[in-house]
Design a protein around this ligand. Structure first.
Ligand code: TXA
Ligand code: MG
Length: 349
């Protein structure tokens, strides 16, 4: 398949391309586009054939459900039922934006999209290009992250081209995805909302609007054996090709542990990289230090994580070391993705 790659400027959207992208979606094709979290690969959510194409293009297991992206808040009523007051408050406050809500589904939503579940995940993205395409297509758009299954989610069009070039009809390059981590997934189908996937909309932010919010126990450290409620969270994910180890412990100890291990590996000719904050970079001895951002800027760290994991693959790095980052704010999401990428390989000093 030939993939058409087009560039759209978010500040000056050329509607000719929006119409073309929408046309492809209406015809049952696949279009990858930017959102404020990560790039997505979109298809008509009402067409079983189109949805199946997504699973094939991504190499994704069919029991892992997709998020339905809508163009307008009111569209939620077409696909979801039993929408609670709590859910309404959250939609008011956080939509459009990086919050995916899980509702009981209406029959119009096919089980191909929900992986056989009776619930549906819905999100109204904030990115103007994404919303323009969805509105123009006048369809709900199923859009998982636009990576091959198992790889880090794409935060730039270049990543999408690497993974899905030749597998989709169109890739829309809209620049860098600002947040860089996928949306918070919140189950609002029960009486108390439950976070199934942490993201930039944190537990605290949600609680300020609706009171108590729970976290799926499978997400908490030390509970790796509990089955997560969000099917996607059970897969090995975001993984670079090299071995990634996350070091917990105080700065001095952690840095010397990393320095010693890097030295030993380099002596035997292995390719090694260290992911470091700006502040700590000069304390490491390795030659390949990848700077993720300031330790005080949790958003910056979040937005660069997937890019660096992909860069490590590009450089054929065999071993990657990083200290654990702060779990404050979006830090909980960063650490959730980092530990998954590491296959939970962590050293506590
Ligand atoms: O930020 C995002 O959410 C991005 C952009 C493109 O919108 N999309 C994204 O989609 O991350 P995906 O398919 O890569 O991740 C969707 C997550 C998976 O963990 C999936 O298991 C979960 O949402 N999910 C979808 N439907 C669900 C449902 N009915 N119940 C529980 N979890 C669900
Ligand atoms: Mg994904």
């Amino acid at each position: 398949m030939i993939t058409e790659i087009i560039k759209i400027d978010t500040n000056n959207i050329d509607y000719k391309w929006i119409q073309k992208a929408a046309y492809i979606l209406k015809q049952g094709g696949l279009v990858a586009f930017p959102t404020e979290t990560v790039y997505g690969i979109g298809a008509n959510a009402l067409s079983e054939t189109a949805i199946k194409k997504i699973y094939t293009a991504k190499g994704r297991p069919s029991d892992n459900p997709l998020i339905v992206h809508i163009g307008h808040v009111d569209d939620v009523n077409e696909y979801a039922q039993n929408i609670s007051e709590v859910a309404k408050k959250l939609m008011n406050k956080f939509w459009p934006g990086p919050l995916t809500l899980i509702f009981k589904k209406k029959p119009i939503i096919n089980e191909t999209i929900t992986g056989g579940l009776d619930t549906v995940a819905i999100r109204l993205p904030a990115n103007e290009i994404a919303r323009a395409i969805i509105k123009e297509a006048k369809l709900p758009i199923a859009a998982p992250s636009a990576n091959r299954s198992g790889k880090p989610s794409p935060t730039r069009a270049k990543h999408v081209i690497e993974d899905l070039g030749g597998r989709v009809d169109m890739i829309v390059d809209g620049g860098k995805a600002q947040i860089g981590l996928e949306s918070t997934v919140l189950d609002v189908s029960g009486s108390v909302p439950v976070i199934l996937r942490p993201g930039s909309i944190t537990k605290k932010m949600l609680e300020e609007v609706v009171g108590e919010v729970l976290i799926d126990p499978a997400l908490l450290t030390g509970q790796e054996n509990i089955k997560p409620k969000s099917p996607g969270m059970k897969y090995r994910h975001y993984a670079p090709k090299g071995h990634l180890t996350v070091i917990y412990g105080e700065e001095e100890k952690a840095i010397s542990y990393i320095n010693e291990n890097v030295q030993t590996l380099m002596n035997t000719g292995r390719k090694v990289a260290i992911i470091s904050t700006v502040e700590e970079a000069s304390l490491y001895h390795g030659s390949n230090i990848m700077i993720i951002g300031s330790m005080h800027d949790h958003k910056e760290i979040a937005s660069n994580l997937f890019k660096l994991l992909r860069l490590a693959d590009e450089q054929q790095i065999e071993y990657i070391f990083t200290r654990a980052f702060s779990e404050e704010d979006i830090g909980m999401a960063t650490m959730n993705r980092l530990l998954k990428a590491a296959g939970n390989k962590k050293i506590c000093l």
